[in-house]
Design a protein around this ligand. Structure first.
Ligand SMILES: [Cu+2]
Length: 500
């Protein structure tokens, strides 16, 4: 099988739409009705409790999902978050531990939590109408599951476009047998921020789907297009085509805007393990640390053959673990939104000195930027060699006008679930027939790319196809979807149900 191959079917230029479409957006037909991905509300009933096995450690935590006001560092926003911070509190356990997390929903809306990347039992997966009933406002709900695999994960709601609020937090599963060849750890959560800046993600979605016509309040097409052109000039070879739909007013690292950034304080010569998580809803980032090279050691929790690079791309829902040996001074950690205008940054301080200017783009971002799909798996991350028993197609389609995204020809709720048989090696052929890049995410499993790389979220560039293999070893009803949350909400999602 070819790892990745061009698809010859032509597609209309999405850029042409962006330039020409806005003037007529006010007259667009309301497209939302036929795109409503909400499955028929299927009552699920009580979730069976989980009893820890003999000697199994239980990690308990409480979360409050609630409206709050946050200072992003010179920017004050009203938003929804887990507690009074975004990212929310770090959740940490060891591989094999049981997690027991109670969520108190103080939001004015239903919610759930999806434990992104964890191969957990199906009933804890957080998909309303499929694995649980939604958590109603004013009620609480307890998730219980075992986390089998070490790695860098995060969690977020699986309801509407709530991920684009402040509702996300890192989840780290430690490996008890890992040597820990580093002196310090830095969890680095990237996000694109619009909530509470005069609009909400729900309003953004309504405008994208044409419900109110007009353009983005903060993302005028003029601004969007300048951003895109600047991006292309900076790295003319950026491989993602049109990478996003929303021009965000802010990009943040660990909830901080560039003017008042998060700071890692360490000593020169120390080896830092960074766990980089893209919690953005519509933004692929290119990440670099000024004056440093980074060694990528894992992606989506799975070890890779270490690769040293100046910079790497990270799509929505992806995670990369990288190690850096720190020089002496003050250095920016920068994440630039691909195809958009703006910058996210944090600082590393190992000695005295002035921080570089807010908008400094390190030269490390001007050269080759590592594509995650070019990584190779560590031997320990490989699936056992086996021919697929079954092949299934995920045909991705859609466009901006009308704003509509689909898998296998229809939006979620209208498309036919894929059937999986327990015990099979299944090959998913994901074909992107659009002019946008889609970070495709699979629940409850990880898959292997043709070169063996294990992931749960993979960026598929415009008009490209990729085959991924998985072992159907975790029975239940699962989801595969684009992790652009606006695409997912518009219908780029499909169920994968085990044959009962
Ligand atoms: Cu998408």
């Amino acid at each position: 099988m070819n790892a990745s191959r061009a698809i010859s079917q032509p597609a209309a230029s999405r850029r042409a739409f962006l330039l020409g479409g806005l003037a007529t957006a006010g007259t667009m037909v309301l497209a939302g009705c036929s795109n409503d991905p909400s499955p028929a509300a299927r009552p699920i009933g009580a979730t069976p409790s989980l009893t820890p096995s003999a000697g199994q450690r239980v990690v308990s935590q409480s979360l409050v999902a609630k409206p709050t006001t946050l200072d992003l560092g010179g920017v004050t926003v009203d938003t929804w978050a887990y507690g009074d911070t975004a990212p929310g509190p770090l959740l940490r356990a060891k591989a094999g531990d049981m997690l027991r997390v109670t969520v108190d929903n103080q939001l004015p809306d239903d919610t759930t939590i999806h434990w992104h990347g964890i191969r957990l039992r199906n009933v804890a997966d957080g998909v309303p109408g499929q694995t649980q009933d939604p958590i109603k406002p004013g009620t609480s709900y307890t998730y219980e599951f075992t986390a089998p695999d070490p790695g860098t994960y995060f969690f977020h709601p699986h309801v509407g476009v709530q991920l684009d609020r402040g509702l996300y937090a890192p989840l780290i599963i430690d490996d008890p047998s890992e040597p820990g060849r580093y002196d310090a750890e830095w969890v680095v959560v990237l996000d694109d921020w619009i909530d509470g800046t005069g609009t909400t993600p729900d309003e953004v979605f309504t405008k994208l789907t044409g419900g109110q016509g007009g353009g983005m309040d903060h993302g005028s097409m003029e601004g969007m297009d300048h951003g895109a052109m600047r991006g292309m000039a900076r790295d003319g070879a950026q491989p993602f085509g049109d990478a996003g739909d929303v021009a965000y007013p802010h990009y943040v690292i660990n909830g901080r805007a560039p003017a008042d950034p998060d700071v890692l304080r360490a000593k020169p010569g120390q080896r830092v393990r960074m766990r980089v998580i893209n919690a953005g809803s519509d933004t692929i980032f290119a990440v670099a640390m000024g004056g440093h090279q980074m060694t990528v050691t894992a992606t989506d929790g799975w070890p890779v053959e270490p690769v040293t690079t100046d910079a790497f791309y990270i799509g929505m829902g992806e995670r990369y673990d990288v190690e850096v040996t720190l020089d002496d001074g003050v250095f920016p950690l920068v994440a630039t939104p691909v195809g958009k205008k703006g910058i996210a940054r944090a600082l590393v301080r190992t000695g005295p000195g002035r921080a570089p200017a807010d908008d400094t783009t390190p030269r490390e971002l001007s050269g080759q930027v590592l594509m995650g799909t070019d990584l190779r798996p560590a031997e320990s991350s490989r699936l056992d060699p086996k021919d697929p028993d079954d092949q299934q197609m995920l045909h991705l389609s859609g466009q901006m006008q009308p704003y509509s995204w689909a898998v296998n020809g229809k939006p979620f709720g209208q498309n036919t679930p894929i059937s999986l048989t327990r015990g099979n090696r299944v090959r998913l052929r994901m074909m992107n027939m659009t002019t946008m890049t889609h970070p495709m995410h699979l629940h409850g499993h990880t898959f292997a790319l043709p070169n063996g790389l294990r992931k749960d979220t993979v960026l598929i560039a415009p008009m490209r196809s990729i085959d991924v293999d998985l072992d159907a070893d975790n029975p239940g009803d699962w989801m595969a979807h684009c992790h652009n949350i606006y695409h997912a909400e518009a219908g780029m999602m499909i169920a994968l149900n085990y044959v009962k």
